[in-house]
Design a protein around this ligand. Structure first.
Ligand SMILES: *Cc1c(COP(=O)(O)O)cnc(C)c1O
Length: 380
């Protein structure tokens, strides 16, 4: 292609612009841990290469640490967090099964949609957005659901729910939990809390690019799974021949080509978290969130999520009266190279969402955000 070409192909666009190095302080993706980025540039391995299988096995071990589980069936699903959600429901819901879903934000809503598409009889328990899940109301919604589903960290509102309490109250039901924004950021103990099925994502507090969905399922849920799910790609029975059950057995069978570069990157990010210490990483998120939320209130702004249930990794802020929410976000991006998120649904224009996830959960990032936001509001 000549240098004077006016082609708008991405190649030509990429060459005509400098690489933007954004501060990713929205609801995900965040700026990855440097180790995770470096791993993406390493020479590629095949998905059945013994060296790669070692990386995969180690990544699964590290995921067990992140989940707080001993489940052998713990693996990264190929796809983003939503693929994890789909995997959870398609493998456990048969037509007519009752699924109680706690809805306190967008991702609870999405669970209802996904469960219904797989034939579930969905019983939804609605909450005001910004509030945590009300465990008593959720368990009272139906006498014997097959599954009770809830979101641990509602990224759409910034509220944290008490999954341990839900696990203690679940009775004979299976507890299915969305841990996309909690894993690697706040305390998560799948086995102690009674989580039977869990899915997560890589681009939030694990500090890796989007593309994989860390997944775990225990024996109790495995015994009650759907034997022949309507999805072939996300069939855990077939995937088990490649990871999990096949681990160390030398009996790997090809199912689909694992995204080896992404798994290597996840592995590197998880190693970084392990080296720092998982509990120290939770504490780092807690500290960064406290600093940001205190700073926001000192600026005279109001927080959206209910006090006492605020996530450190996702701070939701009420847009002040008379301020154009989108204009402020545009200014932050243009002038400060800094991305924050809009609100969701009816709160699209009235709430901002600021993420401090993974590598970004640091005091110097907080200072940057507060200074940029002050500047943006002075210009609004
Ligand atoms: C981001 C997110 C998802 C969806 O994950 P994708 O990676 O966007 O597919 C699901 N649940 C929660 C709580 C999330 O924050």
């Amino acid at each position: 292609m000549s240098s004077t070409s006016t082609s708008t192909s991405t190649g030509s666009l990429a060459r005509s612009r400098p690489i933007a190095d954004r501060h990713l302080f929205g609801p995900g993706p965040c700026n990855p841990y440097p180790e995770a980025t470096v791993a993406l540039a390493e020479p590629l391995l095949g998905h059945l290469d013994p060296d790669f299988l070692e990386v995969m096995d180690e990544a699964c071990d590290l995921l067990r640490l992140m989940w707080g589980t001993a489940n052998p069936r713990t693996l990264p699903i190929s796809g983003t967090g939503s693929a994890g959600m789909e995997t959870a429901f398609v493998n456990t819901v048969a037509p007519g099964d009752v699924v109680v879903v706690a809805v306190n934000g967008l991702f609870g809503e999405r669970m209802c949609d996904v469960a219904a598409r797989h034939g579930a009889q969905v019983v939804r328990v609605d909450h005001e957005w910004g509030q945590p899940v009300d465990v008593e109301r959720v368990v009272a919604a139906h006498p014997s659901p097959k599954i009770i589903a809830a979101v641990h960290a509602e990224t759409s509102t910034g509220a944290r729910s008490d999954i341990a309490a839900l696990g203690a109250a679940k009775g004979d039901s299976l507890l299915l939990v969305d841990a996309v924004t909690s894993i690697g950021g706040i305390e998560l103990r799948a086995d102690d809390w009674g989580i039977d099925i869990g899915y997560a994502g890589t681009q939030k507090c694990l500090g890796v690019a989007p593309g994989l969905a860390p997944f775990t399922i225990n024996d109790r849920a495995w015994e009650r799974r759907v034997e022949r799910p309507t999805s072939w790609y996300l069939d855990l029975g077939l995937l088990g021949g490649y990871v999990g059950e096949a681990e160390g057995s030398g009996q790997r069978t090809y199912h689909h080509t694992a995204p080896t570069a992404m798994v290597a990157s996840l592995h590197a990010g998880l190693r970084r978290i392990e080296a720092e210490g998982l509990e120290q990483v939770w504490e780092r998120h807690a500290e960064a969130g406290r600093l940001l939320q205190t700073g926001i209130e000192e600026m005279g702004l109001e927080l959206f999520a209910a006090e006492g249930f605020r996530l450190p990794e996702l701070t939701s802020v009420k847009v002040p009266e008379g301020v154009d929410s989108a204009a402020v976000r545009g200014y932050l991006l243009d002038r400060h190279n800094l991305e924050i998120g809009a609100g969701v649904g009816q709160y699209a224009a009235s709430v901002w969402r600021i993420g401090l996830m993974g590598h970004n959960a640091r005091p110097d990032r907080v200072a940057l955000i507060l200074a940029a936001l002050k500047d943006a509001l002075a210009h609004a």
